[in-house]
Design a protein around this ligand. Structure first.
Ligand code: AGP
Length: 370
């Protein structure tokens, strides 16, 4: 059956708009009806095994790797287990320290990425259990892993991953809560607050999508620049990396993602009059720090678009050129909202430049060679 665009001009746009459904479908049946706990019943790992995990490696490529960066934060915050992230093509060759008390999580939309599959095999060879987060039931990664969390994003056709990434974030939130329940690392009230926050996300994404045309204008003016920057701190930096990859993939505009506090260690030299900077400002604790980094780039002439939490936007507006506000959520959940305007920016920039949005040059949907 030929996949249909259902009235959208491109698969990418259709898939961006399918995210509220993908969030709901990925949560379905995994959160207790009373909203008090998360049980991933599909996992065969026992509670004793979970309590024996001493460290976690999250291994993936590209966008899935970026989801893993958020996953690290989520697992460390909720379950207090140390997490390392690895790009799958590097993992095998750095002789990683894999012990039987290491849980290796591989993340792959397709479940067929050669580097990710090789990392999975390397982990198992060294006696670790492998948990796969994948979007394709029956894929190679799903078949070989010891446990699987399926993301129910539905088929993703556009080369640039959108709904698969955000569904991977949802899978990490659920996994973090599952591990935390067994490990006893979170207060019940905090768990319920996160679960309520998760339930609110689909509608919050819908409200962002209603503002899409505001981003079209920004993207059109951005599209004529040779280079731009994405900055943020904490999980905002992880989202910045995904935003930058998305833009490069389909608009072919050079961009770099930087931890906002790191700019002054070199990259600030590249900021000159008119350079667009997209700043993510969603983390309350880091808010003042990020604002001072924004002032550093503004002082060098940057044109700054901030993606900020509603509630902060008036304050942020004083220091930037434009603000796109996203609905209020818990700091840990904000990547699931903040990435959506970045996806739309890339889409509209690619469109403005007349590129093939769904099939960008030199890239394949699934990379089955090493
Ligand atoms: C995403 O926009 C990219 N096309 C790419 O980085 C992709 O995420 C990567 O190749 C991993 O693919 P996978 O999730 O199918 O393993």
């Amino acid at each position: 059956v030929t996949a249909e665009k259902a009235g959208f001009d491109h698969f990418m746009l259709k898939e961006i708009y399918e995210q509220p459904k993908a969030y709901r479908d990925t949560m379905l049946g995994r959160i207790a009806d009373d909203g008090k706990s998360v049980h991933l019943k599909e996992l065969s790992m026992t509670d004793d095994y979970i309590r024996s995990i001493r460290k976690i490696h999250i291994v993936a490529c590209g966008t899935a790797y970026h989801a893993g960066l958020v996953g690290k934060s989520v697992i460390e915050t909720l379950a207090r287990i140390p997490v390392e992230n690895d790009v799958a093509s590097e993992y095998r060759y750095r002789s990683p320290i894999i012990t039987p008390d290491t849980l290796v999580i591989v993340v792959s939309q397709s479940g067929e990425t050669a580097d990710t599959l090789a990392a999975l095999r390397e982990a198992q060879k060294n006696g670790a259990r492998v948990l796969a987060i994948t979007n394709v039931v029956g894929s190679s990664v799903a078949r070989e892993a010891n446990d699987v969390i399926t993301t129910w994003a539905g088929p993703e056709i556009a080369v640039a991953s959108t709904k698969a990434y955000t569904s991977q974030l949802i899978a990490f939130y659920l996994l973090g809560l599952h591990l935390a329940r067994v490990a006893g690392t979170q207060e019940q009230a905090a768990v319920e607050e996160i679960i309520a926050g998760l339930h609110a996300l689909p509608e919050q994404v819908e409200s962002i999508l209603e503002q899409a045309l505001l981003l079209k204008q920004v993207a059109e003016s951005m599209a004529h620049h040779k280079s731009l920057f994405f900055i943020g701190r904490g999980v905002d930096y992880a989202v910045a990396q995904e935003g930058s990859l998305k833009l490069k993939e389909i608009s072919y505009i050079h961009s770099e993602a930087y931890a906002a506090g790191e700019l002054k260690h070199g990259t600030l030299a590249l900021i000159e009059d008119g350079v667009p900077v997209i700043a993510l400002v969603t983390q309350e604790l880091l808010y003042e720090k990020t604002l001072s980094n924004i002032k550093e780039v503004k002082a060098r002439g940057a044109h700054v678009l901030a993606v900020a939490n509603s509630g902060f936007e008036d304050e942020v507006a004083k220091s930037v050129d434009e603000v796109f506000s996203i609905p209020k959520t818990l700091p840990i959940l904000s990547p699931a909202l903040a990435v959506v305007p970045l996806q739309l920016l890339s889409y509209y920039a690619s469109l403005a430049l007349g590129h093939d949005v769904d099939k960008p040059r030199n890239l394949a949907k699934s990379v089955t060679v090493e």
